[in-house]
Design a protein around this ligand. Structure first.
Ligand code: HEM
Length: 449
């Protein structure tokens, strides 16, 4: 019953019937949004408009995606040529593709920042618990959308990136081989993979994404809008002053959306999405890298036993992410960035610790000693899996404990140290994969030839 109530809480009554009619009935499009919003939630710095930006990007993606479908041909013989003719022969074809490309990549970044914003303002308690879970699902769908689209140009980069990532599934114990076959539609990447990816990319995933977004917005509305910023001397019982969604918030959202569209247009005109040489299944490029948002995962593969890198560690991270709203907190605090000054210090300490320890780990593992050499007598699953994973988790734990001892803090504030540590580590591993891995995935400088 409690779970049911947290998913479908009782509706919040609008102030007057006239307001309800004027705002809700007359504006079909904003049915998903609250009628009144607390005034304090309006300043840009409270949410940075990140959720709205993500929604705007999805809108751009649908619009440009439909246009691309008029030209794109999902077969290995025609895919590359159809993109080439889109760029060369179709008026504004290249621009439409660039807008699609930039919107997709920005969506991953903006969704990640939105996750950070909701986490660090504690917007996952009470009525927002289940919306956090919906958000995590949205993040997975956004990654799936990007990933399935990555293959479609059928150039060397896309072909081998998808080969790398689908190949990672082979490391799942017992069912790995079957999973690879399902993902590829056969043993190798070919016509079946392309048509499967295309169908998922253009129908299954967008429908799921838009459906989940509608659920997500509705949950924001049911929670009475976004979380309300708290001031230290606020009376928690007092009702906050509210204002109508139209025009106060709608106007702000509209301006933010327009600014974002302008940014995407500038990027699309200035930086081309590019198209490499056609896919050659017989010749792997060196290095063969996953798409950038999976390079953190590929980097883990260089340091841990594959089962740990691909299954155990990401699985634990995902479960941890889903569990955040359902952990027990002494006093759930929402609405204030980092909860308190102590919370801010703890988060900064966690991020700084990751900034120092993650590159150190990468360098030590590359140049000083490999775990397998060090623990030569143990089976690989232990020497390159359990032991380094325990050391990494132990380090995370030590950082949290040390920071907690230094600054004090309640459970939510201490959790922020751990979250900041892991989020920063992920960003650094991704950056190492993008800029510092060269031939044979060895460490190199980004400017090296
Ligand atoms: C396509 C991806 C997503 C879209 C389009 C989206 C959209 C939105 C919008 C428009 C809002 C209200 C305004 C705002 O907070 O900026 C919102 C709130 C929220 N989102 Fe998302 N979101 C997405 C992904 C996520 C992710 C990955 C998470 C976290 C795991 C998340 C968790 C939340 C939560 C907890 C709220 C309520 C915030 C509050 O009450 O202050 N969302 N989202």
């Amino acid at each position: 019953m409690r779970i049911w109530k947290s998913v479908f809480p009782a509706p919040i009554a609008p102030r007057t019937e006239r307001e309800r009619k004027r705002v809700v009935l007359n504006h079909l499009l904003i049915h998903m949004r609250p009628v009144r919003v607390p005034e304090r939630t309006l300043p840009f710095r409270h949410t940075f408009g990140l959720g709205g930006m993500a929604a705007t990007l999805v809108g751009l993606l649908v619009l440009t995606g439909v246009l691309l479908m008029f030209v794109y041909e999902p077969s290995p013989d025609r895919a590359y040529a159809s993109i080439q003719s889109l760029r060369r022969e179709v008026r504004f074809g290249g621009l439409v593709r660039n807008v699609h490309y930039w919107s997709a990549n920005l969506l991953v970044v903006i969704t990640f920042f939105h996750l950070l914003r909701t986490f660090f303002t504690g917007a996952f308690h009470g009525a927002r618990q289940f919306n956090w879970v919906l958000g995590v699902l949205l993040l997975l769908v956004v990654l799936a959308a990007n990933f399935t689209g990555y293959l479609l140009p059928w150039d060397q980069l896309s072909f081998w990136a998808i080969t790398i990532v689908t190949g990672m599934l082979d490391y799942v114990p017992l069912i790995g081989d079957g999973l690879v076959r399902v993902a590829r539609g056969g043993a190798e990447i070919g016509a079946a993979t392309l048509i499967n990816f295309y169908t998922f990319h253009t129908t299954v995933i967008p429908v799921t994404l838009v459906g989940l977004m509608a659920f997500h917005f509705w949950r924001v509305r049911k929670a009475g809008g976004v979380v309300i910023p708290l001031e230290p001397d606020d009376d928690p019982e007092a009702r906050p002053a509210t204002t109508l969604f139209v025009p106060s918030l709608l106007l702000r959202e509209f301006v933010t959306g327009l600014a974002l569209v302008a940014l995407v247009m500038v990027l699309a005109v200035a930086v081309d999405a590019g198209l490499g040489v056609p896919a050659n299944p017989g010749m792997s490029p060196n290095p063969a890298k996953a798409p950038w948002y999976f390079l953190g995962l590929q980097e883990l593969l260089l340091h841990f036993h594959p089962t740990w890198a691909v299954v155990v560690l990401p699985g634990l991270a995902l479960l941890g992410l889903l569990a955040i709203p359902y952990l027990r907190y002494e006093e759930p605090l929402e609405g204030r960035w980092f909860v308190s000054e102590t919370g801010r210090s703890l988060a900064v300490a966690g991020a700084l610790a990751a900034l120092a320890l993650t590159p150190l780990w990468v360098l030590l593992d590359e140049y000083v000693t490999r775990w397998s050499e060090w623990l030569g007598g143990l089976p690989p699953g232990l020497a390159e899996g359990l032991v380094p994973a325990m050391v990494a988790l132990g380090l995370t734990w030590a950082v949290i404990r040390l920071a907690g001892r230094q600054y004090g803090g309640n459970r939510q504030e201490i959790l922020q140290a751990g979250f900041a540590f892991l989020a920063t580590a992920l960003v650094i591993l991704t950056a190492v994969g993008v800029w510092f891995r060269g031939e044979g995935m060895a460490l190199t400088w980004p400017w090296a030839p």
